[in-house]
Design a protein around this ligand. Structure first.
Ligand code: UT7
Length: 326
């Protein structure tokens, strides 16, 4: 039995900050409305010439450094993203070249659930024994697919990147139990394409030959969010043979503070056990969980043996949860 441990984390937020007041000079909105409905105070916006791969690379470098390994030690790179710089090559291939790593690299597209999908995928490769260090990145330049005249969506999103290095470690008690004791314990992934019209970007390579902009029925997404994310957590707990009182830290997708609070309540977790930094960087889609994770890890909030739960929902609809013992 081989376990997948997070051995390094890193993140990157672009220098430029767009506050709610800045947005109020662009569309008919105000700081009070945005804060009360979403908890968001500001978002970071990539520079004009700053690519998704540049942000992903910055976060990756920090994760590699904190894992105390070299880029040459990476056996695979997975980038969860919805906003790639090019139709191809993938962001992952661009990051691989920048790092000088020698390994397979590919992108994973599950919108805001991308990081949970990517972690679960990386875990399979590690458990199979074929990979030792997998760099999992969530990186998004959401500002490039926003309609800056649509106040219902442009206030919600931001740019940034977060990364982890998942490392393989043998489970020394494998003879006693065939399940991991630390690292990733279980995950649950799901999608329902029939809800694709409540959150989508109206462009694409084969349809309009342009990236398009985000359209969202916010109230419908909100309705699905808490129910589906809590159900996913329960499924992941069931797979790991645990109950919700075992969770020490919830690291949820950072989309809306109201959703985060409702989910925490449903999981019966005190608010100081629920990681939130949505106020600082808004919804960064696939980057939001690794950004929150790095923020909490940097402030040494997690202790060895703590049970972390990552959970997300996004366009597709896609959703999922992943349990990890720190
Ligand atoms: O990764 C998943 C991504 N998506 C989400 O997580 C989004 C989930 N949904 C939400 O977070 C919320 O539905 C929103 C924050 C998007 C909207 O909050 P809401 O409480 O559902 O507001 P609403 O859509 O019901 O709109 C209420 C009012 C409307 O005005 P009327 O029709 O009542 O006169 C909107 O036109 O607020 C208006 N409004 C705004 N007012 C000021 C909508 N956007 C804004 C705005 N500033 N930015």
């Amino acid at each position: 039995m081989i376990e997948s441990h997070i051995i390094g984390t890193g993140s990157y937020l672009p220098e430029k900050i767009l506050t709610n007041n800045d947005l109020a000079s662009m569309v008919d909105t105000n700081d009070e409305w945005i804060v009360s409905r979403t908890g968001i105070k500001q978002r970071h916006i990539a520079g004009e010439n700053e690519l998704n791969a540049d942000m992903a690379y910055q976060a990756a470098q920090k994760a590699i450094e904190s894992a105390h390994i070299q880029a040459q030690d990476i056996s695979m790179i997975i980038v969860a993203t919805t906003t790639p710089d090019y139709t191809f090559p993938s962001v992952a291939a661009c990051v691989q070249a920048k790092l000088g790593a020698k390994c397979p690299a590919f992108d994973m597209q599950a919108v805001c659930s991308g990081f949970v999908y990517a972690m679960s995928t990386a875990h399979q490769f590690i458990q199979s024994g074929s990979m030792k260090h997998i760099l999992v990145i969530g990186s998004e330049k959401m500002s490039s697919i926003l309609d800056w005249k649509d106040r219902r969506t442009c206030i919600l999103f931001g740019d940034g990147a977060g990364a982890v290095v998942l490392g393989a470690k043998p489970n020394i008690d494998a003879s006693v139990s065939n399940t991991p004791h630390r690292g990733i314990l279980s995950s649950y992934l799901m999608a329902q394409g029939q809800h694709k019209d409540i959150l989508y970007a109206d462009g694409g390579v084969a349809s309009t030959q342009s990236a398009g902009v985000i359209h969202m029925n916010g109230q419908e997404v909100f309705k699905h969010a808490v129910t589906k994310m809590s159900a996913a957590i329960n499924q992941a707990l069931k797979k790991a043979g645990l109950t919700k009182d075992a969770i020490d830290w919830l690291v949820p997708h950072q989309a809306n503070q109201r959703i985060i609070d409702s989910l925490g309540k449903k999981m019966k977790l005190e608010s100081d056990r629920v990681i939130s930094c949505v106020a600082n960087h808004a919804n960064t889609s696939a980057a939001s969980i690794p950004l929150a994770l790095d923020y909490a890890a940097q402030s040494s909030q997690f202790k060895e043996g703590d049970l972390l739960c990552f959970v997300a929902i996004g366009g597709g609809l896609t959703w999922g949860a992943c349990l990890l013992r720190w």
